[in-house]
Write a protein that binds this ligand. Sequence first.
Ligand code: NAD
Length: 482
Amino acid sequence: MEHATGRHWLNYIDGEWVDSPNRLDIVNPANGEPIATIARATTGDAQRALDAATRCAASGELTRQRPVERVRWLLRIAEEIRAVTEEGARILCLENGKRLCDARDEFLEAARYFEYYAGLADKLEGISVPLGDDYVDFTRYEPMGVSTQIVPWNFPVSICARSLAPALAAGNAVIVKSPELSPLGMCVLFEAIERAGLPRGAVQLLCGLGRDVGAHLAASPQTKQIVFTGSVATGRAILSAAAQWATPSVMELGGKSAAVVFPDSDREALLASVKSGIFFNSGQVCSAMSRLVVHRDIYDEVVADVAKLARSLSIGPGELDPDHTPVISANQLEQVAAMCKAAIAEGAKAVTGGERIESRGGFYMQPTVLAGVHPRMNIASEEVFGPVVAVIPFDTEDEAVEIANGTPYGLVAGVFTRDINRALRFSRRLRAGQVFVNEWYAGGIETPFGGVGLSGFGREKGQEAIYSYVQTKNVAIRVTQD
Ligand code: NAD
């Protein structure tokens, strides 16, 4: 951990690591202690990053050569990321509170994104359109130019790679705005990227406040595409800024995802999914299983089993790889605890948990199971972003669908049943960008991911995502017949 502790970290602009007169303290959520500082980028830094990326995009250095050159850059980046995984994971664990093993997985997943999109960088093939003998017509996929990417704190390293890899594969220059609460793992990621030897200005990393640096980047006409992952409130602000220049955007926002559970489901598989679905990363996952919609015949049993599971989780700092770790900040802890308190006041029952863990110094929330939740309660429709599952009963299939689809969000959804016909019926009827059957978080970097409704629009991951990072140009040629 020594590498992180006490170090002052910098921003990366136009091929150089640069300081700023202002700094941000980065705090360890497991004990509330400051561990390092980072230069707090200014709007001037944001403008320098925009200018550098604009120059790089206009220079043709990312697109002039055969695409295989970009394949090689991306594969080199993947290799460099693998080489810093241990170092990066330790820093990410310390600044974010997450388990060391999960922090390690983030770096490995980041490397996988670069490998995956390396495989597509030389396959962006247009089509030829038949228009008769007097014309030749074809399409080209051209990069957007400058892609501005704004990243949240919950999975900063893997979410950064998720957008950066396809953007580079398609030949864009990129500016990444890291989250104020957890920017250090991304600095290690960029140190690795720097070693891969991309052209100057191809990538920049800024840690600044959302309201000034993020807002400046989103509102700039030099930004030719915005990829935002974060809350609905910030997404709205960014979309308003983007409207000024009609800047194309990908919005990966929040969720209130439901798993529908039938009596014929495999209980062991369900409980394994609940463990990862709502308690992984202390519930700070956009696609967390924050609602469990359970058939009334097994409702009491499932509530009891899930509560037993929640009580059995080992709790501690991320370095020890326990089951359950702190949330990111004192503020987040307060919000999660307040939402639980309000739900209980509305009539929900905390079968277990419901409060912060007072006996620990850091920002620990009790793993919480709320029963007796009615679909109209706030806790059943608003994102908590903490280790809190609301368990709601249903009687009929139609009712289950109505409850599951009854929020403004639609990121992921799930169904647990052994009946294949019912599983397929639900996969069609559930309103979400991704449906899991019998395993929460089934899928991977190869499967398209994104939301409907307030969960956003555009898709990340999979082959489909790369088309968010290009624009189609049609070339129509009149041929003279001599
Ligand atoms: P947030 O919206 O507070 O911040 C996200 C990023 O936006 C940060 O880098 C922040 O500095 C920046 N920002 C804030 N105000 C800005 C502005 N006015 N202009 C430009 N940038 C601005 O979100 P968070 O608290 O970091 O993350 C939690 C949220 O992210 C949750 O709602 C969660 O569901 C969502 N999320 C979604 C996905 C997904 O893929 N759909 C993944 C992870 C997290």
